[in-house]
Design a binder for this molecule. Sequence first.
Ligand code: MN
Ligand code: MN
Length: 460
Amino acid sequence: MQDLTYTPKSAWKRFAEEADQAEVAKFVESYRAFLSTCKTERETIAYVERRLREEGFGDDPKSGKYLVNLRGKALFAVRRGTMPLAEGISLLAAHADSPRLDFKQRPLIEQASVVQAKTHYYGGIRKYQWLSRPLAIHGVIVKDNGERVEICLGEKPEDPVFCVADLLPHLAQKQMDQSLREAFEGEKLNIVVGHKQPPAACAEKDSEKEEGILKKAVLKLLHEHLAIDEEDLITAELEVVPAGAARYVGFDKALIGAYGHDDRICVYTALEALLASEHLGRSKAVIFWDKEEIGSDGATGASSRFLGYCVESMTRAWEPQTSASQVLLHSQAISADVTAALDPDYQDLHEKQNAAQLGFGPCFSKFTGSRGKYGSSDADAEYFGFVRGLFKHANIPWQVAELGKVDSGGGGTVALFLAQWGMQVIDLGPALLAMHSPFELASCVDIYTTWQAYTAFLNR
Ligand code: MN
Ligand code: MN
């Protein structure tokens, strides 16, 4: 009898041959190198722009390989196809920002013989995960004369790292009884940045009591190396991220553990899909936004009009008789973002039949949002069926999931901001373990098959 049931299958089974496994390994190794160096939205967008320019993308839409970089934090790139723009484009949209700790505008404090930098966390973090681990500082300081000083400290083996020192267990009795919310305060996410008593202080009798002498010593160092003062820190954007490279995880090296898979895994795979795409069929585009982790507001976030402006200039150059709104309305998009994989230790938080599994290929989310699908763009059956058919035709694995149980899970992506233009959109991306942590886990086969899926989508 014909088997009419649907059973998800591991994507690893499709890569049984040694040659296929080598191809997966090669792709994943390039991704690992990218992820190890691109730890902020600025670094990611700069990487993307560099790659695109190497492949002939540029500022002139007439060239048919057009890119727009918005202040180093968001980027749109499109390859012209042979079909009229009036029939819409194929678009992959991802975000380049990740949860982290940002320096406050007046960060430096000195207390108990330690200089610390105060932070305000960015995005959804579990605060305790950021304690007692090596951290790096990436960012940019802009002086009042417009001069920019870029910082990346804590990544090279010879660099110092930074950290938030956690409380010792001996003094944590009271904290052990508190809720996580009470136990870990945002105002205590202070980064250790210095401690040394300046030598001159030894000579002067009362100088050890001099207030802020350690902080002044740190400022002196910063001035020597970066030619900046405390006022310059006020206008800086300094992002504190986990130090160190992305690593293989497990005896079989089947996972990549790293900071920032969400959502640079989709930035990388979407970029590679665009680069590998052909000048046939629909025009194909990618857009990478900032600010997704804090609600997509801001000029470089998905709720801005940046996408509309880019489509407008592209349409004017290629097909002036068509309106940008017509292009947008007929476009088809994938909101390329990660989702939560079934957690082996917390399986009861998922509804297992509708949970994503590591290694089962990119995962569709028909809708996101929470509690009755609020705040979601629910993809229509016609579009979902069409994309599913594409993958079947190209023999690409996929799965489907909701993020957690009804009334307890949920989350948001940029899908609803794409949907605002009237285009068809569905979420599709790899599932992660320990999402939003400083060390997220992704399956190597999911990284590869996500790239395959995005490539098939652009080349349909
Ligand atoms: Mn995301
Ligand atoms: Mn996220």
